[in-house]
Design a protein around this ligand. Structure first.
Ligand code: PLP
Length: 411
């Protein structure tokens, strides 16, 4: 454990310190939930207001050409690509993560005819498993979703594998898979690999090309700060793109959308992963939000994330261990994403009480309290203060009140 003054000295020496001024963080708030919804970058509101009043208001239908609306899925995709090690033209911004997963999972299954197994793990985000279950039913029930424990994935990759479908970082514990190793193993057995990067993109450097990933999806509203319901993204390995047969074959992914042919012909390249009209306003907001990454080195982000996590773990264990908190995340930083989670009895009420004290994290059933560490706008003093307030909530049993036990729809 360290003193608050020592934490402040770490902030003074932090090369990312000035970035926090790019964000609006409400007063008296320690925001440790950027892994659920990133905060608002300061300059987005004005840009978005202008897009509404000028582009939509004045340009009307002409805006599609005049303001580049039609190209946004590609141009935004390329900007996201820079953060995940994907070359230009390999990422499309569109729809939600779940919908993009439908697109890439059906495409991957088609590329491996005769193979039936979709392999995933019990640490995956449930929506991903639901998508796989839904696709299997829609395709007639002949494929199989095999779900094993995260540690058992590597050994479960065998000659039956059609598609390995994993989330790199476990949304509950922050446990991180060795993507490169698992892709190599899937390829060695003749399968393909899809990665969900919801807790990776913007959290640390991702290297899709270097890791030889086949497909990836991820969302825009967590570490990428794109705003609630921001467009998600999909990546397809460049040499696979023209082999993809889109199952969501909409007009925006047609080779000539405005020819209005009666028959579908996919566009070349990543554009065929477009389906319908993009959400232009949310794309503009996200495009603008990505400015905060300009000039940022992801290794600097990662280094700070690890140091924030180590400080937070040491402070929370030192202060709250006697109140029954147990680390749920891997202790080894190499096996962790950019969040720290603890098992906590009455975790729901504890988190509600913590939020009432201005420390915003979140709760994941059955007993996990979760804290996102986002180096662009979180400092060392913030996590030090958060640990001290958590200690107070536990020591004084501030959580033990009926209003903190009532469950809201979104936890
Ligand atoms: C947040 C999250 C999603 C969200 O999916 P949407 O369809 O965009 O709501 C998907 N997968 C993982 C791993 C997530 O953490």
């Amino acid at each position: 454990m360290i003193s608050r003054q020592e934490a402040q000295e770490l902030d003074v020496a932090d090369p990312l310190r000035a970035r926090r001024d790019l964000f609006i963080i409400p007063d008296k708030t320690l925001y440790l939930d950027g892994n659920s919804l990133g905060p608002l970058p300061r300059h987005v509101a004005k840009r978005l207001a202008g897009a509404v009043s000028e582009e939509w208001g004045q340009s009307l239908i002409r805006g599609w050409n005049a303001h580049g609306w039609f190209d946004l899925p590609r141009s935004l995709g390329d900007r996201i690509g820079k953060l995940i090690g994907a070359p230009p033209g390999s990422v499309i911004a569109a729809d939600s993560t779940s919908i993009n997963l439908v697109k890439v999972l059906t495409a991957a299954l088609k590329l491996r005819p005769g193979r039936k197994v979709i392999l995933s793990d019990s640490g995956n985000f449930p929506s991903d498993l639901y998508v796989a279950q839904g696709i299997i039913k829609a395709l007639g029930g002949n494929d199989e979703l095999r779900v094993v424990a995260p540690e058992a994935v590597e050994a479960a990759i065998d000659d039956d594998l059609a598609v390995l479908m994993l989330t790199e970082v476990d949304y509950r514990t922050g446990r991180r898979h060795d993507m490169k190793k698992l892709i190599a193993r899937a390829h060695q057995k003749g399968g393909l690999a899809i990665w969900d990067l919801c807790h990776s993109a913007g959290a640390f450097a991702v290297d899709l090309i270097g890791g030889n990933a086949d497909f990836a999806v991820g969302c825009g509203y967590k570490y990428l700060n794109g705003g609630p319901g921001a467009p998600a993204f999909a990546y397809v390995r460049p040499d696979l793109q023209d082999k993809v047969e889109p199952s969501l074959a909409g007009w925006m992914g047609h080779a000539a959308p405005f020819a209005f042919d009666l028959d579908y012909r996919p566009a070349r390249g990543i554009d065929r992963l477009r389906a319908g009209t993009p959400g232009v306003l949310s794309m503009i907001a996200m495009d603008c939000a990505l400015d905060v990454w300009e000039g940022v080195d992801m290794q600097t982000v990662r280094d700070k994330s690890v140091r924030l996590a180590e400080l937070f773990i040491a402070e929370v264990e030192g202060r709250c261990g006697r109140h029954g908190l147990r680390l749920a995340s891997p202790r080894n930083a190499d096996e962790r994403g950019s969040q720290v989670s603890f098992h906590c009895e009455d975790g729901y009420a504890v988190m509600q009480a913590l939020i009432a004290q201005g420390v915003i994290g979140d709760f994941r059933a059955p007993d996990i309290i979760r804290f996102g560490l986002t180096p662009l706008y979180i400092g060392f003093t913030d996590v030090w203060d958060a640990a001290r307030i958590l200690e107070k909530v536990l020591a004084e049993r501030l959580w033990d009140r009926p209003e903190f036990k009532k469950r809201a729809a979104v936890t």
